[in-house]
Structures are given as structure tokens and as C-alpha cells.
Design a binder for this molecule. Structure first.
Ligand code: SF4
Length: 368
């Protein structure tokens, strides 16, 4: 059907034929391809790979500190330690919240991330995981982005491998995909300050995968990046996935502008248009085809309505309930939902909702 559409690019023909796309193909899709053709192709590949299911997890977000040694211009969340609204949760507070998440809210996953706290030792994280696991062994601990792991290793003068081994022994199950931002150095240097490089992020993930820890992967878009950065980033994720097969999903994250330095200094005045957001999602699906099957749509960043549309542009997952999310909230995004609302959002676009675990195994289907 699609090959009848006039002006279809060679790259799209290749994608539909099941061929692996090159960097040049990616550029062509980003620059030239008609958005609707792109969407149809991405949706066809999604359907072939994932059927009509759209998944999500029941996740509770635990942002253990907003104190951060870095000061990324993209970030509205971080505080310096002496600021009035700086906070760091004690292990007891964390365990109490974990209990509320698991017992009262039905969370099957704890998503634990925070700032780069300059004074917390490795023991803090080990105790956090041990205490949670001893009380709630059924919950999956998805904690510490590769960027945090890298920071903790540097701070505590341990190797990345040593940090990962100790945290895994303490109860760490899998890693979130944050901190990847955009790998291209020229753009990355404009949006982060004091965070690991793209190469260091990828190397940390590689080491985690080699130890048997899976992880998510992300890409932050809609800031100062060029389209070559988008293609380069997705292909670097693809290359690593081919080597380790350790990524559970790829999450293209739309940049949220409010309350960031990038907004305040006028570097960026508007968030990206929804047509660009959908193009990124569709191109991600096409570039990762046959290598990484899950493309997650983070409704918190995209908004619920556009997230629904994105499910027809290659997305097959809505990430999760994100109970208690603080990071995007700091940049003005609404983060309140329920399992029922996610089910309805999925059903409204004629897809079948399913609760999954952190590794994308189906836990429960919801019959209509
Ligand atoms: S993005 Fe992360 S590392 Fe950068 S300032 Fe914010 S909390 Fe710190």
C-alpha cells in the first residue's frame, strides 16, 4: 500500500523491505520523508513486531535527592545543597515510600533516580536496595541511571564494574535509561554541565549489560540538537544492542523547557512542535527495527493526547504510571495518572492495554 504513495524515499523502501538502515538513510527520513508516510511505515513495523498490544508498568518514582554536583542547563530539578528546597531522603523515608508504593498503590516497579549527591557514599545506595528488597522482595528495583553510576564510581573511587557488582548484590535489578541526553558532543556540551560524556554513558551501560543487568535507553530531543545528532544517537544505541542485547526499550524523551537555564538565558524559546516529536518516534522505530523491539512513549513529557497519537507512529508502550514523579514536574509537566486512565488512553485508540514488568513480560491483560 505504502509503495503507491508518491515521493516515498529509498530509505523508507529499505525499511519496509526489512533492510537495516544506514546513517544516510536516517538523515533522509529526518529531512525529506513525508510525515504521514513515515508514520504508516513505522506503524506497520510496530504492528508486525508487537501486534495490537500497548504495554505499561505500574511504576512508582522515588527521586531520593535533588542535590546535584552537576548543573545542567537542561534541568529544572537540581538544587545546590545549601538551597532552601534542597532535600535528601533518609533510608527510612525511602523504605516508607517503597512500602506505600508496593502495598497501597500496587507498584510492581520502583524507579529510583536523583541528582549527583556529592556526599552520599556507596553504602547509602547499598543500604537503600537491601532494605527495600528485604521488606518487598516482589518489587523490581530499577535504579540509578548510567550517568549516576558513573558519578558514584568517580566519587567513591571505585571502578564502574565494582559499583555495579556491589549494587547488584544489594538488590539492584535493572537500570533506567536516563542521562543519555544526546550523544553528539557539540550539542551535548550546550545542554549538560558536569555529566558524563556520551561515550562514558555507553561504556557504563555496556559494563552493566555484561554483568547481566538489563537497562532502558533514552534520547532527549527538542533542544539544540541537529538531525545528524538524532540519527547518530539512535544508531549508537542500535550498535550496542547488537553487541549486548541488554536494552529493554528505547524511550525518545521530549525536552521540557519551563524553569530551565536554557529557557532563562533564551537559548530555547519554544518546545519542539508535535510534528517533529512524531517524526523522531517514527524514525526511531525504523532505525531500530529488528534490533530493539520496544519504543516507549513517555506520556509525562509528551502529554497524554500526543502520546496517544504516538502509538500510531511506532510506539508500543506508555512507560508506566510514574506515580510521584518529580523531575518533569519541576519543568511544569503534569504527572498524575492511574492504571485505569492509562488503560482508557490505550483503548481510545483501539489498542489492547497490558500491564508488563520491567523486562517487558506481560503480567496482565485487560479484557474490554
Ligand atoms: S540533569 Fe541530572 S545531573 Fe544534570 S543537573 Fe539535573 S539532576 Fe543533576
Amino acid at each position: 500500500m505504502l509503495s503507491n504513495i508518491q515521493g516515498i524515499t529509498d530509505a523508507l523502501e529499505k525499511a519496509l523491505g526489512g533492510e537495516e538502515l544506514s546513517f544516510q538513510d536516517g538523515l533522509q527520513l529526518m529531512k525529506e520523508e513525508n510525515l504521514f508516510s513515515l508514520g504508516v511505515a513505522a506503524d506497520m513495523i510496530r504492528k508486525k513486531t508487537c501486534g495490537n498490544l500497548v504495554t505499561f508498568t505500574s511504576s512508582y518514582y522515588l527521586n531520593y535527592t535533588n542535590v546535584c554536583a552537576a548543573s545542567c542547563p537542561l534541568c529544572a530539578f537540581y538544587r545546590k545543597g545549601d538551597e532552601e528546597d534542597a532535600y535528601t531522603l533518609t533510608i527510612e523515608q525511602i523504605v516508607t515510600r517503597a512500602g506505600i508504593a508496593v502495598k497501597q498503590m500496587g507498584a510492581n516497579e520502583l524507579h529510583i533516580v536523583g541528582g549527583f549527591h556529592p556526599k552520599l557514599g556507596l553504602e547509602y545506595y547499598e543500604r537503600m536496595m537491601k532494605e527495600i528488597k528485604s521488606r518487598y522482595p516482589e518489587v523490581t528495583i530499577k535504579a540509578l541511571t548510567p550517568a549516576e553510576i558513573f558519578f558514584i564510581a568517580r566519587l567513591t573511587k571505585n571502578s564502574i564494574k565494582e559499583v555495579l557488582i556491589r549494587l547488584k548484590d544489594a538488590g539492584l535489578d535493572t537500570l533506567p535509561g536516563g542521562g543519555a541526553e544526546i550523544f553528539g558532543t557539540e550539542s551535548r556540551d550546550k545542554i549538560v554541565r558536569g555529566k558524563c560524556s556520551g561515550e562514558e554513558w555507553l561504556d557504563t551501560v555496556r559494563q552493566a549489560h555484561e554483568l547481566g543487568l538489563t537497562s532502558n535507553s533514552t534520547m532527549l530531543f527538542g533542544h539544540v540538537e541537529k538531525i545528524k545528532d538524532i540519527v547518530d544517537h539512535v544508531l549508537k544505541i542500535r550498535d550496542l544492542q547488537k553487541k549486548t542485547n541488554g536494552f529493554n526499550t528505547f524511550i525518545p524523551l521530549k525536552f521540557s523547557l519551563d524553569n530551565t537555564e536554557l529557557e532563562q538565558d533564551g537559548t530555547i524559546t519554544m518546545e519542539s512542535p508535535s510534528t517533529y516529536d512524531l517524526r523522531i518516534i517514527a524514525v526511531s522505530r525504523l532505525l531500530l527495527s529488528n534490533v530493539l523491539n520496544n519504543i516507549s512513549i513517555y506520556w509525562v513529557a509528551l502529554g497524554k493526547k500526543l502520546a496517544q497519537v504516538a502509538l500510531s507512529y511506532g510506539g508500543n508502550d506508555l512507560v508506566g504510571t510514574a506515580f510521584s514523579e518529580e523531575i518533569f514536574k519541576a519543568s511544569g509537566k503534569g504527572t498524575v495518572t492511574s492504571i485505569e486512565e492509562l488503560i482508557n488512553l490505550i483503548r481510545e485508540v483501539k489498542k489492547e492495554p497490558a500491564l508488563r514488568n520491567s523486562y517487558f513480560n506481560i503480567v496482565k491483560r485487560f479484557d474490554s
